[in-house]
Write a protein that binds this ligand. Structure first.
Ligand code: DOR
Ligand code: ZN
Length: 346
C-alpha cells in the first residue's frame, strides 16, 4: 500500500501573489493546497492602507478557481508615512491581519519601505496596543554589511532593541535563514515566531553558486551554509510552536530571473506542502508536519485551525520545466526534478 499522511488543511503564512494576469497564473497552485495565506503587500505601488488591501483582496477572490474557499489574509506595507489611524483602520477590519516591515531597499519593491525604524515608533506602539502583528523582512541594508551577515546583524541592531522597547508587540521574523535567527527566536517568549521556506530547508548557497550560477535558486535572504540549513531543519521539525510554514513563494518571469541583474525569489507554490513533506520525511519527523503546517500559524495569529483535511501520498512525480506566467513563463523550484509526495486527487 502507498504510504499516506493525512493533514489538517495547511495555510501559507508568507506568500507573494502579484497581481493581474500573473496572479491569475499562480493563484490556483496555492488555492489547491492551502486554506489561507498571508498575502505580501509589495506590489508596485505597494499596498499601504486598508482600502488598498481590501481592493487587492477582492481582485484575489475574483481570480480564484470556481468553487474555491481559499481565504486571503491581507497585510499593510509600512512606510515612513504610515499613520496611527492607518493602523486603527487595519485593526478594525476583519481581513487585514498584520503589517509588514520592509527596510527600504532590502528586496523586491521595497523602495517605499521604512528608512529608519525610529520613524515608525508611534505606529509600532499603536500596533502593540491594537495587537496587530509586525511581520519583518529581517535584514539590514547597510552596504558595509556582507549579504550573508545581514540577517544576523538585523537581530542585534533592530530586533533586540525592539523587543526591549515593546515586549508586547507580536513579531513574525519572516523567512529565517541563519543559525543566529533560529537561536534568537528560540530564546524569545511567545510574542515572537518565525516562518521557514522550503528552499532554505532544502538548499544551501552551494546550490546557488557552485558549478555555475543558478538564478532560480536566488532569493532574499540569500541561501546560507550547511550548518544554517541543519539548524533550520531542526527548528522546523522539532515541534516548537514558534516555527511555522511560510513559503515566500515569489514568482518572477523567466526573463527577469535569467538576466544580468536577476530578480530575487523562488517560486514554490506549485508543490509547497509536498516539498515540506519531503523535508520532514527525510528528517524522520512526518508526524510533526501537521503542527508546523496547520496548527502553529493559526495559533499565533489567533485564528481558528482549518477543519478540512488533505491526504499526501508517497508517489514520485516530475515537476514541469515551466508554467505559464501571463506574457512570459515561470520556472518553478525543482523544475524537471522528481518529488516524492503528491496530494491525493490534486
Ligand atoms: O526573494 C525574495 N523575493 N525575497 C523577498 O523578500 C521578496 C520576494 C519577492 O517579492 O520577489
Ligand atoms: Zn517574501
Amino acid at each position: 500500500m502507498t504510504p499516506a499522511v493525512d493533514l489538517t488543511l495547511p495555510d501559507d503564512w508568507h506568500l507573494h501573489l502579484r497581481d493581474g494576469a500573473r496572479m491569475q497564473a499562480v493563484l490556483p497552485h496555492t488555492a489547491q493546497r492551502f486554506g489561507r495565506a498571508i498575502v505580501m503587500p509589495n506590489l508596485a505601488p505597494p499596498v499601504r492602507d486598508t482600502a488598498a488591501a481590501l481592493a487587492y483582496r477582492d481582485r484575489i477572490l475574483a481570480a480564484l478557481p470556481e468553487g474555491s474557499d481559499f481565504n486571503p489574509l491581507m497585510t499593510l506595507y509600512l512606510t515612513d508615512a504610515t499613520s496611527q489611524d492607518d493602523i486603527d483602520r487595519a485593526a478594525d477590519s476583519t481581513h487585514v491581519v498584520a503589517c509588514k516591515l520592509y527596510p527600504a531597499g532590502a528586496t523586491t519593491n521595497s523602495d517605499a519601505g521604512v528608512t529608519d525604524i525610529r520613524k515608525i515608533s508611534r505606529v509600532l506602539e499603536r500596533m502593540t496596543r491594537r495587537d496587530l502583528p509586525l511581520l519583518v523582512h529581517g535584514e539590514v541594508t547597510d552596504p558595509r554589511i556582507d549579504v550573508f551577515d545581514r540577517e544576523a546583524v538585523f537581530i542585534d541592531r533592530i530586533l533586540l532593541p525592539l523587543r526591549e522597547q515593546l515586549p508586547d508587540l507580536r513579531i513574525v521574523f519572516e523567512h529565517i535563514t541563519s543559525s543566529e535567527a533560529v537561536r534568537f527566536v528560540s530564546e524569545q517568549d511567545s510574542h515572537v515566531a518565525a516562518t521557514i521556506t522550503p528552499q532554505h530547508l532544502m538548499l544551501t548557497r552551494n546550490d546557488l553558486l557552485a558549478g555555475g550560477l543558478r538564478p532560480h535558486n536566488y532569493c532574499i535572504p540569500v541561501l546560507k551554509s550547511r550548518n544554517d540549513r541543519k539548524l533550520l531543519i531542526e527548528a522546523a521539525t522539532g515541534g516548537d510552536s514558534r516555527f511555522f510554514l511560510g513559503t515566500d513563494s515569489a514568482p518572477h518571469a523567466r526573463s527577469e530571473k535569467e538576466s544580468a541583474c536577476g530578480c530575487a525569489g523562488v517560486y514554490s507554490a506549485h508543490a509547497a506542502i509536498e516539498l515540506y513533506a519531503e523535508v520532514f520525511h527525510a528528517a524522520g519527523a512526518l508526524d510533526r508536519l501537521e503542527a508546523f503546517a496547520s496548527f502553529h500559524g493559526p495559533d499565533f495569529y489567533r485564528l481558528p485551525r482549518n477543519t478540512l483535511k488533505i491526504r499526501l501520498i508517497r508517489e514520485d512525480w516530475t515537476v514541469p520545466a515551466s508554467y505559464d506566467f501571463g506574457v512570459d513563463t515561470l520556472v518553478p523550484f525543482r523544475a524537471g526534478s522528481q518529488l516524492k509526495w503528491q496530494i491525493e486527487d490534486a
